[in-house]
Design a protein around this ligand. Structure first.
Ligand code: CFM
Length: 538
């Protein structure tokens, strides 16, 4: 039976008080083009209704956990009560690979100032200084990052002043982040804050020239479950030099030298578009949107990079790598399609994967019936063309917007505007992202910052074959008899990027949607009711 998405939407809204329902109606959208062909508008990046169970995280999580955390040789210190540090300790499965035994790797450590009542009352700067000195004495890192948690902002500790003093005293780079958890409506604010400070304090601080011909940075790839390793291998085989990844499997030195690249390839637009824009303005490095999730996306992204450099030999090598990989991909696709064709998926996750992973499902012949981001902005749904129409509210104004101008000596446009237009015409997303909606079927449901109540109703109404979300949702979904794939941490699996990752994903999802195990799930009270009924009947 075909479900009417408008009826489903009404069903979800019916549970809310009038005012909440009215606002929520703008965040629950049926993906239908309007008469003039334009996409529907969605409300996003706004506060969660108090009392609703959201999937979102905090600003500190977006800054420390997401953007800076994966860099192995920046020593991260959480200034705050112990829980913030502890619960952001390696839970994201971002991997890293040192180059030798001398190469520093601090991401297995969890450093915190462990704030107590005394600091809340009398201030925590003294304890922070002591913590930085102690950490320096133990590790001798080349850089230390200090992350503010909620109480830091409330009591007014100046982490930036402490960072300046310590930088001078220790002679290494020390910088702080005003990423208090409450700073924004979600972790998205933390991404922006992290981008700003990385740009101010690290990017462009190492002028060593790079002799290679095809130099890029990968932006917004965090090496969850080893994804970046797969992409690094592909680029290397193609003869493309990866100067830096922001920030999967990354190092401080690579960031410092990243302005030597001639192209920024942006994978997760939501978390890192700020760095891409700032590097373009200051250094003249263009950026294109890529996507290494899904075999088709991977092939297209590699081709676009080759097209950008416009070199026959590079193009040939890229084509060779693609064809080497595609045989196995197509073989596996054919195999899984026999069992997965027509099955349905829902994806409610983050700020980019809810889009990218739909493409993998499509390659398996599966249909996405509903999807949404936790914390993305309208441009991630509707495309960057809506940017000028996005209202800047008080919550967004709260976050510093750096004024970037062209560097007097180092600004060097890699392509002239005419060439960029040509690349755009040839189908490349130059400084552009078209968003998730155009890739979704007509009549699918799109929900921003889905509330848990809505998740449960959708499961009952649609009974999808698989639901993709995170650890907070996982067990509730499985108790409803539906398999749940974590798209944040990949459960214990991965990598899912590139061709090899796509094959892993096809096989994993095939196994999950074709096992009967979840349909046998029965809640204890249901079992009791059955037993009682049996007893009465006998
Ligand atoms: Fe970008 Fe990410 Fe995501 Fe993200 Fe994240 Fe993540 Fe994510 Mo979890 S940076 S927006 S803040 S792709 S941690 S690696 S999986 S919510 S969809």
């Amino acid at each position: 039976m075909e479900l009417n998405p408008h009826t489903v939407k009404d069903e979800l809204l019916k549970a809310y008080p009038k005012k909440t329902a009215r606002k929520r109606a703008e965040q629950i959208v049926v993906n239908e083009r309007r008469e003039d062909g334009s996409l529907p508008e969605i409300r996003a990046n706004v506060r969660t209704t108090p009392g609703a169970i959201t999937q979102r995280g905090c600003t500190y999580a977006g800054c420390k956990g997401v953007v800076i955390g994966p860099t192995r040789d920046i020593l991260s210190i959480t200034h705050g009560p112990i829980g913030c540090g502890f619960y952001s300790w390696l839970t994201r499965r971002n991997q890293t690979r040192t180059e030798g035994p001398e190469d520093a790797n601090y991401i297995t450590y969890c450093l915190s100032t462990d704030m107590q009542d005394e600091q809340i009352v009398f201030g925590g700067e003294k304890k922070l200084r002591a913590a930085i000195e102690e950490a320096y004495a133990v590790f001798h890192p080349k850089a230390i990052a200090i992350f503010s948690t909620c109480p830091v902002g409330l009591i007014g500790d100046d982490v930036h002043a402490v960072a300046r003093d310590m930088k001078e005293k220790l002679g290494i780079n020390v910088f702080g982040f005003s990423c208090e958890g409450y700073k924004g409506v979600s972790q998205s604010a933390g991404h922006h804050i992290a981008n700003n400070q990385l740009f101010k304090h690290v990017v462009g601080t190492d002028e060593t020239p790079r002799p290679e011909r095809f130099k890029i940075n990968m932006l917004g790839e965090y090496n969850i479950g080893g994804d970046a390793f797969v992409i690094e291998d592909l680029l290397e085989r193609c003869g493309i030099t990866l100067i830096s990844t922001f920030s999967g499997n990354s190092t401080y030195d690579a960031f410092a030298n990243s302005h030597m690249a001639d192209l920024n390839a942006v994978m997760c637009h939501r978390s890192i578009n700020y760095v891409a824009e700032m590097m373009e303005k200051k250094f003249g490095i263009p950026w294109i949107k890529v996507n290494f999730v899904g075999a088709e996306g991977t092939a297209k992204s590699l081709r676009h990079i080759a097209q950008y450099f416009n070199d026959a030999e590079l193009t040939e090598r890229v084509e060779k790598v693609i064809s080497e990989e595609m045989t196995e991909v197509l073989k596996t696709q054919f195999e899984v399609r026999k069992r997965c064709e027509g099955k349905t998926a829902m994806l409610f996750v983050g700020g980019s994967r809810a889009h990218h992973y739909q493409l993998l499902f499509k390659e398996m012949g599966m249909k996405t019936v509903a999807a949404g981001y936790e914390f993305a902005h309208r441009d991630d749904y509707e495309g960057r063309s809506v940017l000028p129409t996005i209202k800047v509210d008080a919550d967004s104004r709260n976050i510093e917007q750096l004024e970037i101008v062209a560097d007097e000596t180092r600004y060097q446009p890699r392509k002239d505007p005419g060439e960029l237009v040509q690349l755009q015409t040839a189908g490349m997303d130059v400084a552009d992202y078209a968003g998730m909606l155009p890739d979704m079927d007509e009549g699918t449901l799109v929900i921003d910052d889905i509330y848990h109540f809505e998740t449960e109703r959708l499961l009952e109404i649609y009974k999808p074959d698989i639901f993709c979300a995170g650890i907070k949702e996982k067990y509730a979904v499985q108790k409803a008899g539906i398999p749940c794939k974590q798209l944040h941490s990949y459960d214990y699996g991965g990598p899912y990027a590139g061709f090899r990752g796509a094959i892993n994903f096809y096989k994993e999802i095939d196994r999950m949607v074709n096992t009967k195990i979840w349909s046998y799930v029965q809640a204890p009270w249901e079992a009791e009711e059955e037993m009682e009924a049996d007893a009465i009947a006998s």
